[in-house]
Design a protein around this ligand. Structure first.
Ligand code: KG4
Ligand code: ZN
Length: 347
């Protein structure tokens, strides 16, 4: 096929998104549109994503996002070759809203349907943005996921380690909540940390003394809670500096753990003797400037190329789903009306 134009739909967490991505033979892929309707304000009063509210908002917004993505791309469904949709993993009510929308469009138009794993969407993004060839090592760090993957093909992922409890983004969100900072926690903790002293609190680096590339972040969050409670017991409240120092200490601990475990994951990956070895990062936490810079240094130290997609393609979006759809579709993948929405779906 000389040209492939795919509509992507994403609704697995708290962003409703639609996008149109085009691949012309022999050229770099083009993102013709990428619409993201976030739900931060909706969930803010609850300090976390409320699945029922998220599902309803997705159901209400997904058609509008699709319409907007087509308009911005300067096309309509006649200009689309296939519909790609996140079929999991994620909050099932949201995933269902996207899958039902995609099935409806496919049934009405006769267009082929391609179900996409959300994690594959993140993991294949460096190919969309930087044309990265297989294989590469991917660190996927988001609010719901934390894993090292060796990516060998559009459906060939080997997990070599990851978090055994919370994902780092989740820890950022919980730390923000316990310090009274706005959600999503990542950007607010990062902002506070800029003013803080990362050495004031001695926070743990969990699992660093153990071999392998597994990680743990829930104990770190509890350590921040303990330090906060100590301050509250002594002074009855937190000052701006207390908050900034706790954020800086926490961010430094997460960065140290990710950097050291990445070093080890790179070691395992290099044992496989890949040609043109690269480390790619994706997921919302990869938007963190400090973490990104450290990972880039680790990669450079070990002679690896470093690829980090632009921030808007690190966090949840539908361009990555459209792209993963293109990758699967051009290798013959097709799904029917029996496509199942899956809350859990390991790569
Ligand atoms: O990939 P993503 O949009 O959604 C999924 O979890 O799939 O990631 C969202 C997560 C949230 O937990 C958010 O707090 C975190 O990524 N995040 C950050 C930053 N920006 C977003 N964490 C640390 N620093 C940031 N700048
Ligand atoms: Zn995600």
């Amino acid at each position: 096929m000389h040209r492939l134009t795919v509509l992507g739909i994403e609704s697995s967490c708290d962003d409703t998104a639609a996008a149109v991505v085009r691949l012309d033979a022999g050229q770099a892929p083009q993102i013709l549109s990428s619409v993201v309707s976030g739900q931060t304000d909706l969930h803010a009063p609850f300090g976390g994503v409320v699945p029922e509210l998220a599902a309803r908002a997705h159901a209400e917004r997904v058609d509008l996002c699709v319409e907007e993505a087509l308009t911005q791309a300067g096309t309509d469904l006649n200009g689309i070759d296939a519909i790609a949709v996140t079929a999991g993993p994620g909050l099932i009510g949201g995933v269902l809203a996207g899958v039902m929308c995609a099935k409806g469009l496919a049934a009405a138009t006769g267009l082929p349907l391609v179900g996409v794993n959300h994690l594959a969407g993140h993991a294949l993004t460096p190919r969309l943005t930087d044309g990265l060839g297989f294989p590469y090592l991917m660190l996927l760090v988001s609010g719901g996921h934390c894993q090292f993957l060796i990516v060998r093909g559009e459906e060939d992922f080997t997990r070599i380690g990851g978090s055994i409890d919370d994902a780092p983004g989740e820890a950022f969100d919980k730390v923000a909540k316990l310090l009274g900072l706005p959600q999503p926690g990542g950007p607010s903790v990062e902002r506070e940390a800029e003013q803080g002293d990362r050495r004031r609190f001695a926070l743990p680096r969990p699992l660093l003394d153990r071999p392998g590339c597994d990680m743990s972040f829930s104990g770190l969050k509890t350590a921040v809670l303990r330090e906060r409670d100590k301050i509250l017991a002594e002074k009855g409240g937190l000052t701006r500096a207390d908050r900034a120092d706790l954020c800086a200490g926490f961010q430094a601990a997460v960065t140290d753990v990710l950097a050291e475990k990445t070093r080890r994951a790179i070691g395992d990956y290099l044992d496989l003797r890949p040609h043109a070895p690269s480390l790619a990062v994706a997921g919302g936490v990869a938007a963190n400037t400090t973490i990104r810079a450290r990972l880039e240094t680790v990669a450079a130290d070990l002679g690896l190329g470093f690829v980090a997609p632009p921030l808007s393609l690190c966090t949840d979006n539908a361009a990555m789903i459209a792209w993963a759809g293109i990758e699967r579709f051009r290798h013959g993948a097709r799904d029917g009306q029996d496509l199942v929405a899956r809350p859990r779906w390991p790569l």
